[in-house]
Structures are given as C-alpha cells and as structure tokens.
Write a protein that binds this ligand. Structure first.
Ligand code: TYM
Length: 334
C-alpha cells in the first residue's frame, strides 16, 4: 500500500503551477484504492529559509491550508498538518544531516538559484533545506511523493539519504521514495518568459495566475501573455522551439483534462487570441469555485485551526513512532 506525502511552503499566494503541478494530483491520489494514507503539510520551517515577514507567516500558513481544502483535499481522509507543530521533522533532520555530504547539497540547483552568486553568505537553513525535506517525507515513512518537476533533484537526494541510513543502520527501514510527477503540466512556465518557471517569487505578478486572482485579472493576464508571431502550432513538431506556445497549450490541456493532441487539433492554425480566450474561460471556470471556497474558509479561522490541529495529531502519532525507531536503530540511549 502507498503512503502519500507532499508539502508546500507558505510563501505568498499559490499559483497555477502549484495547482496543476501538485495540488490537482494530490486530490486524485485520495481516491486511489492502493493508497492507505495521505499527508499534506504546510512547511513553514522551509518558508523561513529566505527573508520573510513574521507578521504574515501564520496567516499564510492558514491560507495554504484553506487552498488545500478548497482545491479538494478532504480533511476527513487526509491529514493536513503544519511542519513546525511536529518537532520530529527537525529532530530527524539533524540525524540525517550527519549522513549527508556537503558536496551533494552544493550541487542542488535550487540552492544555487536561491543563493545567487554569493553562496558564502547564504544561510545554513537554505543550504540544508533538502535534508529537512528528506525528513519531512521519511518521518512518516512515506512511499510516494507527488510534486512538480522542479522537486525531482530534492527527491533523489531524499532517496539517497534513505539508502545511506538503511545501509548503515537497518536494511529496508526507510522506503525508497518514489516521486510522482504526473499530468500534463509538471512544469508550468512564466506567462512572460517561456524559459522561466512560473514562481511565487518572480517580480512581475503578470507572470503567474494566482489562485486568488479574480476573473478580470485572469483574462487580462492571459491576454498579456507572451507569444510569438506565428499562428498556434498544429502539431507536436511545430511546437518545438516555441516555449511560450507550448506553455499555453500545456496549461490548457491540463485545465481541460485533454490530451495535447486534442488541444492541438482544437487550436492549431488559429490566432493566439483565440487560445488565450479559451484559456481564460477554462481557468476562470476551474479556479473561481476554488477561490470562492478559499475565501469562505478564511472567514472562519477557528475552523481552519481545528482542521490543522486534527491533522497535526494524526501526523504526530506516526512521526513520534518513526523517530523513536530511528533513534533506537542508531544506538541512542532511549
Ligand atoms: P513549493 O512550495 O515551491 O511548491 C509546491 C508544489 O508546487 C510545485 N510547483 C510547480 N509545479 C509545476 N509548475 C510550476 N511552475 C511549479 N512551481 C511549483 C512544486 O513542485 C511543489 O510540488 N520544497 C518544496 C516543499 C517541500 C516538500 C517537502 C515537497 C518541503 N518538504 C516534502 C514534498 C515533500 C517546495 O518548495 O515546494
């Protein structure tokens, strides 16, 4: 049986990339017959590895929880938890830090991107971010981790850490994590530049569709999206070398739950304005109910907190037992 775990950072609003690359798949996994448990975390300890506003951290944490529920995570079936409320994550991270080589962390592309040119001045938290991520997953002995394509390297490292632990302390103790990177849109790109990932931190808000954007804003952002001067490609070959066209078609395929070939048949040879109108229509139809539900949920903070307490409780029981077993295998006093 599979145990599913995945997480998002409470930094700014969730965007279409987070939804299509991750959340949408999380929702489907709840219904799979071979899934015994789903755990979805809000990773606030990860969010503070870069400059953040202490006055909005708690609010952002609740907003992400609300987005999970509004997007279709059912708190009765899945545990929605807050990372900082479960100290076992950080404790397991320390144990894993003793079996992780610095050279491997230096090769992490997200660290290089986030640290920028002056990596000497980057914080230890940012550097060790992937070790905490490995602990997030393995403290629940999760077997499958649904994420967007950008997390692949982190998951490979987590798998290696599990392998190192097992070889040193107990063969087969931690599962060798399987990344679940599925769907049409595993890597949604910026609406302004098809070579850049859609991200929460990009300066221009026009580069992304936020889950909280209203219909007018969504229409405007798609209208302004970068394209090229040819008609919409009609075949997979015609899409080559046209990253902005590929991105818009991919987003459409994912939102409409259609194969790329069907989308190419529908829009190939037409003007981009038609594709953009189609995109705006389907994005509004898909996102408006989520946005509305999210804002209703956020009116009742006590209810969100209740859901989180419940999720934390469920998560804590598993985490405490896995950490205790891990310490035992490593030879600790207790
Ligand atoms: P975060 O918060 O940056 O992103 C949350 C999820 O959204 C996916 N994603 C995307 N997918 C497609 N296209 C995009 N443009 C795009 N941008 C983001 C991410 O792949 C992710 O699945 N390190 C993680 C958080 C984390 C985690 C974990 C994930 C911490 N511990 C344990 C899984 C398991 C992160 O920064 O995600």
């Amino acid at each position: 049986m599979k145990r599913i775990l995945s997480c998002m950072q409470p930094t700014n609003n969730l965007h279409l990339g987070n939804y299509l690359g991750a959340l949408k798949n999380w929702v489907h996994l709840q219904d799979e017959p071979d899934v015994e448990e789903c755990l979805y975390g809000v990773v606030d300890l990860h969010a503070i590895t870069q400059p953040y506003d202490k006055d909005v951290l708690a609010r952002s944490t609740r907003e992400i929880a609300a987005a999970y529920i509004a997007g279709g995570i059912d708190p009765k079936r899945s545990a929605i938890f807050v990372q900082s409320a479960i100290p076992e994550h950080s404790q397991l991270m320390w144990l894993f830090a003793t079996m992780t080589q610095m050279g491997k962390l230096e090769r992490m592309t997200q660290f290089k991107d986030k640290a920028g040119k002056n990596s000497e001045r980057a914080g230890l938290g940012l550097f060790s971010y992937p070790v905490l991520m490995a602990a997030d997953i393995l403290v629940y002995k999760a077997t499958h981790v649904p994420v967007g394509d950008d997390q692949k390297q982190h998951l490979e490292l987590a798998r290696e850490i599990a392998g190192t632990f097992n070889a040193r302390y107990g063969e087969g103790f931690f599962p060798l994590i399987e990344p679940v990177i599925t769907g049409a849109a595993t890597r949604v790109m910026s609406l302004k530049d098809g070579s850049q990932k859609m991200s929460k931190s990009a300066e221009s808000d026009n580069s992304r569709i936020n889950l909280t954007d209203d219909a007018d804003v969504i229409v405007k952002k798609f209208r302004k999206a970068k394209t090229d001067s040819h008609p919409v490609p009609a075949t997979l070959e015609e899409m080559e070398g046209r990253p902005e066209a590929r991105n818009l078609l991919t987003i459409y395929a994912s939102l409409a739950d259609k194969d790329m070939q069907d989308v190419l048949n529908e829009f190939g040879g037409k003007q981009f304005s038609e594709l953009k109108q189609g995109l705006a229509d389907i994005a509004v139809a898909r996102l408006a109910p989520i946005t509305a539900r999210m804002s209703r949920l956020l009116d009742d903070v006590a209810e969100i907190d209740r859901v989180l307490e419940q999720g934390n409780e469920k998560a804590r029981v598993i985490a405490a037992s896995v950490l205790a077993e891990t310490k035992h295998l490593m030879g600790f006093w207790k």
